[in-house]
Design a protein around this ligand. Structure first.
Ligand code: PLP
Length: 284
């Protein structure tokens, strides 16, 4: 495997950044994960737009033009011979002597890109079974709209899920409403068949898959309501699911040990999954 690190393509096993990289020292950076399908990136344009926004919010420079970044992403995918899988990119505020203040404006940001193959059959198998989730208090900071590499609450929540025999953790805010998953956006289908997901204006990352899934729902003539929902409402839902670039829509069949619907993946999430790649932009 090959990784791109600050201007060079290097053996993945030997790829490294400086010990005083701001990402390593402070979690001072942002990232994107983009699905690769048939060798092409899915929704590249939207992922790049979100990257630019995350960087802007943190006042980190884009390390190169978006066109050049597109070349690096494609090169990394090609050099790793990825047909189906993921491409990961991370930008940090660069290398500087450890000091909380921003470094000199001339400090170049660091850029790392990796890509790896993922067997699509694995995601299909998980989706065929459905997953269990647990709920945990949302103890994250207020700026979860920024896709920062500082993911400690998410790491702890997902590990707690794993220890409980579940795959994802749903964060719950102080008013008892679900915000999102540790690495996914959360959705339910009401007994009336309406799709509910939290508005992206507060408490969540605006998932690219979430945005595209709204278009898929429209195409399928499903009604979507953007509003917060409680854990109690989720427990009474007909279906529940999570969305992310790593496995577009994954059915949730258990929440805190309680069965959702009939305990099997439902027709709505199945239809959304099947139609996703007809709606997503695949950049060739
Ligand atoms: N929410 C969080 C906290 C995430 O980390 C992610 C993806 O990593 C998502 C939502 C889903 O976003 P996307 O659909 O862009 O992958």
């Amino acid at each position: 495997r090959i990784a791109y690190v600050n201007g060079s393509y290097v053996a993945h096993a030997e790829a490294g950044v400086h010990v005083e990289d701001r990402g390593y020292q402070f979690g001072d950076g942002v990232y994107e994960v983009c699905e690769v399908r048939g060798g092409h990136m899915v929704d590249e344009r939207r992922h790049m737009a979100r990257l630019v926004r995350s960087l802007g919010e943190l006042r980190i420079r884009l390390p190169m033009s978006l066109a050049a970044l597109g070349v690096v992403l494609r090169q990394t995918i090609a050099r790793n011979r990825v047909r189906d899988g993921l491409v990961y990119l991370q930008v940090t505020r660069g290398v500087a002597r450890r000091d909380h203040y921003f470094p000199d404006a001339a400090t170049p940001p660091s850029l790392v890109v990796t890509a790896r193959s993922v067997d699509p059959a694995k995601g299909e198998a998980v989706a065929g079974q459905g997953i269990a989730v647990i709920t945990v208090p949302d103890n994250r900071w207020e700026r979860v709209d920024i896709k920062t590499i500082g993911l400690l609450p998410n790491v702890l929540a997902k590990e707690a899920a794993k220890q409980a025999g579940a795959r994802e953790a749903w964060f719950v805010d102080a008013s008892g409403h679900v915000t999102e998953g540790g690495s996914t956006n959360a959705w339910i289908v009401t007994p009336e068949g309406r799709l509910i997901t939290r508005p992206a204006e507060s408490g969540i990352l605006r998932g690219i898959t979430r945005t595209v899934m709204m278009e898929v729902a429209e195409k399928l003539q499903l009604r979507v309501e953007e509003r917060p929902f409680t854990v109690a409402e989720a427990l009474g839902a007909r279906e529940a699911f999570v969305t992310s670039a790593t496995n577009f829509a994954t059915p949730v069949v258990r929440i805190d040990g309680q069965t959702i619907g009939d305990g099997r993946p439902g027709p709505v999430v199945r239809a959304l999954r099947e139609n996703f790649h007809q709606v997503a932009e695949i950049a060739r």
